[in-house]
Design a binder for this molecule. Structure first.
Ligand code: HGY
Ligand code: MN
Ligand code: MN
Ligand code: MN
Length: 440
């Protein structure tokens, strides 16, 4: 028992795995500084395949059995003494944003691999099997449903919907085509019945500033805020910028900008979040009023009711803006042109999630074990602002997360950075959480 409590990761080895695998997706070769574009390992890309192959080879070499399911989720399982029972997992994702960082997701998977190495180094025989899982397309950056593959595993997203998901412009490939192309269209059903879990722990950088600001080392994550993603499509009319007066225009981009500013106002009024990260317009010529615009809308709040209220307001007010109404009484000096049509599709919805109290307690006690005597002022309970695969695993098995601080809370950016000591501390807490999770 005490021997298990004293187990710690090998920091150098953990960081070497994290940086070594980062060569796939930066364009930089192993050992070189990352290119200014940071990580760009989009789900099911060739770079993702290389990282996946590394994960399979490395975990198999550590004595694991690896299984790939119909969504390309990879489950590496190290046998315990009692293999009739489902494994306790560490999990996260190897795919990144288009210009992302090298810690988001990757730290959780490489820390899981490091956990397997420590267990192997110390000849530890766990009573139950221990697993590490890599979830496909957590980011929802290439295929626009985030956490889609843990969603299929949990039975929340239909397999067909995920398989037929087309990549965000300018590509046209579906997830199924890309899974097949890189050799990760597994025959095992993507379901919790096929690959059951006793528990799922996810180590992740906070991706926000709270831990760093309050000088805490570990975030004990109690849950995840609610969020919804929409695609807003506005149809106006292409016209000549020199000959069409303002009231005769159906300017889709002007309407889009009013809607985006309005969504920000609604977020402020509801103390929630609203963001637009994708904006496509056509035809894209200086002297043509754009008649066709599509933009993304991501709204978030810790409360489901707030997200629902915001959605209602958006659906109503965007129609009014398209009809030329001055919704917020602020465009009085802005000539409204001809009415436009607007279509709003809800692409994704994740309710506010509360994690399992036993798992939360396990992470707290693992943190005390790792941080030592003055641990109380080094850890804090918090709710995650970002979505994670743990949202879906928590529907099917006890789940919780461990956060570590990242510099200035910056993430989804090449400047994303997490100190080696914090990566290692988080990995130690993950290791201790997985081996001490009490199933009874
Ligand atoms: O959008 C999110 O919060 C997550 O990173 N997919
Ligand atoms: Mn992530
Ligand atoms: Mn992310
Ligand atoms: Mn995430």
């Amino acid at each position: 028992e005490d021997m298990l409590k004293s187990l710690r990761v090998n920091r150098g080895r953990l960081m070497e795995d994290l940086h070594y695998t980062s060569q796939w997706g930066t364009g930089a070769r192993w050992g070189e500084a990352p290119t200014e574009t940071g990580m760009s390992r989009l789900a099911l890309s060739d770079a993702d395949k290389k990282a996946r192959d590394w994960f399979v080879e490395t975990t198999q070499a550590l004595g694991c059995k690896t299984t790939v399911d119909a969504m390309g989720n990879i489950f590496a399982v190290r046998p315990g003494l009692r293999n009739d029972l489902p494994p306790t997992y560490a999990g996260s994702h190897l795919d990144t944003q288009p210009t992302g960082g090298r810690y988001d997701g990757v730290l959780g998977v490489t820390a899981g691999v490091e956990m397997l190495k420590v267990l192997a180094d110390n000849w530890v025989e766990t009573e139950y099997p221990v697993g590490v899982v890599n979830w496909t397309n957590e980011e929802g950056a290439r295929f626009p449903i985030s956490m889609v593959s843990s969603g299929v595993w949990a039975g929340s997203v239909p397999l067909e919907t995920a398989h037929n998901l087309k990549e965000v412009l300018p590509g046209t490939k579906t997830m199924k085509e890309e899974l097949r192309r890189i050799g990760y269209l597994g025959s095992t059903p993507a379901s919790y019945e096929a690959m059951p879990m006793a528990a799922h722990f996810e180590l992740h950088i906070e991706q926000g500033p709270l831990l760093e600001m309050s000088n805490k080392k570990i975030g004990v994550v109690k849950g995840v805020q609610a969020y919804k993603w929409f695609t807003v499509h506005i149809k106006g009319r292409d016209t000549h910028t020199g000959t069409t007066d303002l009231k005769s225009r159906a300017d889709a981009l002007l309407a889009a900008s009013k809607m985006i500013v309005h969504s920000h106002r609604l977020a402020t009024a509801h103390s929630a979040l609203a963001s637009t990260g994708i904006l496509n317009l056509s035809p894209g010529s200086t002297n043509t009023v754009p008649g066709d615009v599509t933009f993304s809308l991501d709204i978030r709040s810790p409360s489901d009711a707030t997200v629902t209220r915001m959605k209602q307001a958006i659906l109503e007010d965007f129609q009014k803006i398209a009809a030329g109404e001055d919704v917020m009484g602020s465009n009085e000096n802005c000539t409204s042109g001809l009415p436009l049509t607007v279509t709003i599709t809800e692409d994704f919805s994740s309710p506010a999630t509360l994690f399992d109290t036993d798992c939360i307690t396990t992470v707290s006690s693992a943190s005390h074990c790792v941080l030592g005597p003055n641990s109380n002022n080094l850890l804090m309970e918090m709710t995650s602002g970002a979505g994670h695969d743990s949202v879906y695993t928590s529907k099917r098995c006890p789940t919780s997360m461990i956060f570590v601080p990242c510099r200035e809370g910056v993430s989804h950016n090449p400047e994303e950075f997490c100190k080696e000591e914090d990566c290692a501390l988080g990995a130690d807490v993950l290791l201790q959480s997985v081996i001490r999770f009490d199933r009874v």
